[in-house]
Design a protein around this ligand. Structure first.
Ligand SMILES: Nc1ncnc2c1ncn2[C@@H]1O[C@H](COP(=O)(O)OP(=O)(O)O)[C@@H](O)[C@H]1O
Ligand SMILES: [Mg+2]
Length: 271
């Protein structure tokens, strides 16, 4: 049905969803590089996120963390190297096809519609992911889209806020909603860009709990300034500096790493 109605782009996405060898990680980055003229923002990065793995990426401002995410999502094209999602080479694939294969992200800057309700923001996100196919059955589709919007609200503890406009949420609740927006459709790999930035200590604790309670089968990449949050949430931690990987390992290995200690000991985690 889908293939008859839609063109070859849908087919490409369906192919990408086809089961892969179990060994394929959710994300594999090989020798990835991105130059902005003379600046090597990302340089020769090798990184994997296994299926169901939670992988934190830390590093000072300007280290290349957001650029790395932009390359994975297709918001930017790399200068060199390859990106594989579930074993498929997506290096040159447009963003919407990567989304259809289960990739989601949040941005450092909010993309919420402030004057709309929580419910409507989520509904629009669901429509964006599901809409094209569901649009064939308007009335029926709307109901299932709202059901999914409500399910996503529940996962980020915003059920009681569905009727509130985003402008009337606390900053912490807005960040929760951004995560909820990334949960629509059937995500496999979620990339969160500093979800805890700007939060109060209480809100940070709440967000850390929320991240920990996301379904375990989701693969997660998490850019985070706060080493404590990263160590608590993540199975693996990678530290970036000047576009390169400085260290990568389990939380225990990272804590024991001397180069990491030099950066993080005795200074604010929030730099
Ligand atoms: N679109 C762009 N054009 C030019 N330079 C950029 C662009 N995006 C990022 N940069 C530069 O690339 C470097 C890495 O930036 P970024 O990936 O945002 O770092 P981080 O997220 O780790 O703080 C910085 O020096 C930044 O100024
Ligand atoms: Mg950034």
């Amino acid at each position: 049905m889908t293939r008859q109605v839609a063109g070859h782009m849908d087919k490409a996405a369906d192919n990408m969803r086809a089961p892969q060898g179990r060994a394929s990680p959710a994300l594999a980055i090989r020798r990835l590089g991105k130059n902005f003229e003379a600046l090597r923002a990302v340089s020769d990065i090798d990184l994997e996120i296994g299926r169901g793995e939670r992988h934190a990426i830390l590093g000072p401002n300007g280290a290349g963390k957001t650029t790395l995410f932009n390359l994975v999502t297709g918001d930017l094209l790399p200068s060199s190297g390859t990106i594989l999602l579930d074993g498929r080479d997506v290096t040159r694939l447009p963003t919407h096809l990567r989304i259809r294969s289960g990739l989601r992200r949040t941005y450092q800057k909010s993309l919420l519609f402030g004057s709309l309700t929580v419910e409507k923001n989520l509904f629009l996100a669901v429509s964006g992911v599901r809409g094209r196919r569901q649009a064939l059955f308007p009335g029926r589709a709307d109901k299932s889209l709202y059901e999914e919007a409500h399910r996503c609200a529940e996962q980020v503890y915003l059920t009681d806020m569905l009727d509130k406009t985003v402008d009337n949420l606390s900053y912490g609740q807005q960040r929760q909603l951004e995560i909820g927006m990334a949960l629509v459709g059937e995500p496999h790999l979620l990339l969160f860009d500093e979800p805890a930035a700007g939060l109060s200590p209480t809100e940070r604790t709440h967000l850390t709990d929320l991240l920990e309670q996301l379904p375990r089968d989701l693969s997660i990449g998490l850019i985070e300034h706060d080493l404590d949050i990263a160590l608590k949430v993540a199975d693996r931690v990678t530290i970036m500096q000047d576009g390169r990987i400085l260290a990568s390992g389990t939380p225990a290995e990272i804590v024991a790493d001397e180069a990491v200690q030099r950066i993080y000991t005795g200074e604010s985690h929030h730099g």
